[in-house]
Ligand binder design. Structure first.
Ligand code: DGJ
Length: 760
């Protein structure tokens, strides 16, 4: 898979090639990254030709025509005449910022990076699936020309899913320390500049909305400074060529296996080249690397597809499902939960919870999750975070006793925690005010009445591990929702003295240590990460916790955008999605229970509603939804997901089984159009020569002015795969202001239909 010949490394995955060379024995030149090309003995056609020099550019000491400012490189250094964004700011022992790292040696070996375990960070790992085993690593070592400081450019190639993982290791063999102010996990230069940049941006209850910008000369930054990967700008970004659609054309995707402040920059240089980098955010970052010590960056993820944005998403989905999430959760179906948060908020008793759990069980739900408010004096959000003692008065006995009552109903039990936080009104704060993150002598900023615990300190990490572990040991808890509800401010730790520039990264290292210890101790507990919804939706969290609460927004019309945005970089198995009450608590919008379900079932389904208050019709609908979801659960969580249409008023999604024998299509209409045009659904990813039955899912709809619930129209077809994919099915006519017949498709505002597709 990786061939080294004539100073050229040619690495290939199933459908891509990555070609770099050692130029003049010194520089690592990027020759090609894209659709797979054959290996040859002569790559001269791909070399950057420097024939005449460039006006006032700087040239290298060894080649008077070579300017590093206009050549595609794999990593670049300050003080070398490359005036594009540089991925490294490193102050050497003599205090200078010039670095001349040149090629020293390389190693190629089977498997993932040998030092993954030493990095104390999440990493891409081997899959449980034998077919995904083809993995190889290349370690290129560069050495500074003056000091014994080494830089490793490490690449791991995941053949089956067309993913490359890169990281950088810095080894300081000097006696003296060096200071790292910026170090990117990867830099990639591409020779052309005609690209669109896609970022996934938002805020609380508005996460990961896709934004597309045409790139022109300049520097584009996508980052987070909140202390977590954030809901502002997700670390996943895409670059597409103008020809790129959902299913065709060139598309590059980049992500970072990291949960803290991240930084992605894309620069279009004046020479028409493009430079992409991704890594730790240099914002307030300064790391003192002592003599004989090493520094590892987080791992960056790169993928390319010539099959458009869906092709790229498929690569990412397989990669996350096979190489990121904990091995014992790979391909393992997740339970349908009922969560009491939006049903009761803080206002519950043990009896009320049992009532909800009992009703939920009768409708087919498999797990009851007790959210915030079960501990200490926490009856609103002003107090008690940090005091992880069960409020037995509130839940009517011990936790163990309560869980047994839940289990006796035939349903599993899950519990909410927010371990990284502390309230000033808490016993923990009374005992350890210094454990809260704040700057001595300065008034601290509050978020949701809480402060952040100082995870850079070992004793704080130990406290959290002990507190969570002892609760989990005290009762049969089978799921944990791990929440984190504020951004970091006042970054300072008494333990770091003059090294406050290390705070943000050390916080995340502390978090990773805590999550590693707890998840390893309870491997069978399903952990779901959450941060005010999707404020920390990233590959670092997914390494420890296989699913994430996608957003606090459960309005189906918002969720369709949030889940679609998320789907570009993350699989459905990672997205927890719940059906909640109407009017929706985040938007006050009314959307039918069937539409709420149809959107939520494209992910890990749950309910977050006082189910005891549903009407009889809604209860019947929910019971049918749950049995439908159970029938297709594997598809909804692990199927191949494709975005078929993403129009202003119409969104169409499909999930397909790995063997292409089964699929489900969702049609979502935002607003009813008067006298609307006809709708056609065209599937993808089926077997052209096989016959499929296509059937609309029967659902409840409110029919006409009388507001009577009835069943939707029924459609059923037998079609060959090629007809379904290329010609499509013309669906029955939508209501158009005249008759409302049995076969009229009444979609209305926020209407959906789901079609089941099965090979005969
Ligand atoms: C924020 C989460 O996103 C919600 O789902 C809920 O768990 C609350 N925190 C509880 O405080």
């Amino acid at each position: 898979m990786i061939i080294f010949q004539n100073n050229v490394f040619h690495a290939s995955t199933k459908n891509t090639s990555y070609i770099i060379r050692v130029r003049d024995g010194q520089y690592i030149e990027q020759l090609y990254y894209g659709k797979k090309i054959r290996h040859t003995s002569d790559y001269e056609a791909l070399y950057e030709k420097n024939g005449t020099g460039y006006g006032n550019s700087i040239v290298t000491p060894t080649d008077s025509r070579l300017t590093l400012d206009n050549i595609c490189l794999e990593y670049s250094f300050s003080g070398t005449g490359d005036y594009r964004h540089i991925p490294l700011t490193l102050q050497m022992p003599d205090s200078c910022f010039s670095n001349q790292f040149v090629y020293d040696s390389y190693r190629i070996y089977q498997g993932t990076y040998e030092e993954n375990d030493k990095t104390n960070m999440p990493f891409a790992k081997k899959s449980q699936d034998k077919e995904q085993e083809d993995v190889e690593t290349l370690d290129i070592v560069l050495k500074d020309t003056v000091y014994p400081v080494y830089l490793h450019l490490i690449y791991t190639f995941f053949y089956e899913c067309d993913v490359i993982v890169r990281l950088v290791k810095i080894e300081n063999h000097c006696e003296d320390s060096i200071r790292i102010e910026k170090v990117m996990s990867m830099m990639l230069d591409l020779p052309e500049q005609e690209y669109y940049l896609h970022t996934f941006d938002g805020l609380w209850i508005r996460e990961r909305h896709k934004n597309r910008k045409k790139l022109v000369s300049g520097i584009y930054v996508n980052d987070s400074t909140t202390g977590s990967s954030s809901n502002r700008h997700n670390p996943f970004i895409m670059l597409t060529k103008a020809n790129c659609t959902q299913d065709t054309g060139d598309c590059f995707g980049f992500n970072l296996i990291y949960s803290g402040n991240h930084y992605e920059a894309v620069e279009v240089s004046e020479y028409g080249k493009i430079r992409i980098m991704s890594g730790l955010n240099p914002h307030q970052f300064a790391w003192t690397l002592d003599g004989n010590d090493v520094f590892y960056t987080p791992q960056a993820v790169l993928t390319y597809s010539d099959k458009g944005q869906n092709g790229l998403s498929h690569n990412m989905h397989v990669f996350v499902n096979q190489h990121i999430i904990p091995s014992n959760w790979q391909g393992k179906e997740r339970p349908i939960v009922i969560n009491n948060w939006e049903a009761t908020y803080f206002d519950f008793t043990g009896d009320k919870l049992l009532e909800i759990a009992e009703e939920a069980k009768s409708l087919g739900i498999e797990m009851f999750v007790l959210d915030d408010g079960w501990f200490s004096n926490r009856n609103d959000d002003t107090s008690s975070l940090g005091d992880w003692t069960v409020n037995e008065k509130k839940i009517g006995g011990t936790l163990d006793g309560f869980v047994k009552k839940i289990n006796n109903l035939g349903i599993k039990f899950g519990l909410w925690f927010e371990p990284e936080m502390i309230c000033e009104i808490s016993e923990l704060y009374r005992q350890h005010p210094d454990w809260a993150v704040k700057v001595p002598g300065r008034e601290a900023y509050l978020g949701r009445n809480q402060l952040v615990l100082d995870l850079t300190r070992q004793e704080v990490c130990e406290y959290i591990v002990d507190a969570v572990t002892s609760i989990l040991k005290s009762a049969p808890v089978e799921y944990v929702k791990w929440d984190m509800n504020r951004h970091i401010t006042d970054a300072y730790s008494a333990g770091l003295l003059k090294r406050q520039g290390e705070f943000y990264h050390r916080y995340i290292l502390g978090l990773y240590q805590i999550m590693k210890e707890i998840t390893e101790e309870f491997p069978d507990v399903l952990f779901e990460s959450c941060s005010s919804g999707g404020n920390r939706f990233d590959l670092g969290m997914l390494f420890y916790m296989p699913q994430i609460w996608t957003s606090d927004n459960t309005d189906a019309n918002q969720r369709i955008d949030i889940q679609e945005g998320t789907s570009f970089g993350y699989p459905l198995s990672a997205m927890a999605a719940h059906v909640s009450a109407v009017p929706n608590h985040q938007t006050l919008r009314n959307i039918s229970i069937e539409t709420r379900f149809h959107v939520a079932c494209f992910g890990v389904l749950g309910y977050e509603i006082d189910i005891t208050k549903l009407t009889e019709m809604e209860k019947i609908a929910v019971a049918q939804q749950i049995s439908f979801y159970k029938q297709y659960r594997r598809l909804f969580q692990f199927g191949t997901f494709s975005r078929l249409k993403s129009e202003q008023n119409l969104v169409v999604w499909q999930v397909t089984s790995g063997d292409q024998k089964e699929a489900v299509i969702l049609v979502y209409q935002r607003l009813a159009v008067s006298n609307p045009p006809g709708d056609i659904i065209k599937a993808v990813n089926l077997l052209p020569d096989e016959i499929y039955t296509v059937k609309s899912r029967k659902q409840y709809i409110i029919k006409g002015k009388e507001e009577v619930a009835g069943m939707s129209e029924e459609e059923e077809y037998q079609v060959f795969g090629d007809m379904l994919m290329h010609a499509g099915i013309k669906l029955v006519q939508q209501f158009s202001g005249t008759e409302l017949l049995e076969q009229t498709r009444l979609m209305g505002d926020f209407g959906t239909r789901v079609y089941e597709i099965k090979k005969k």
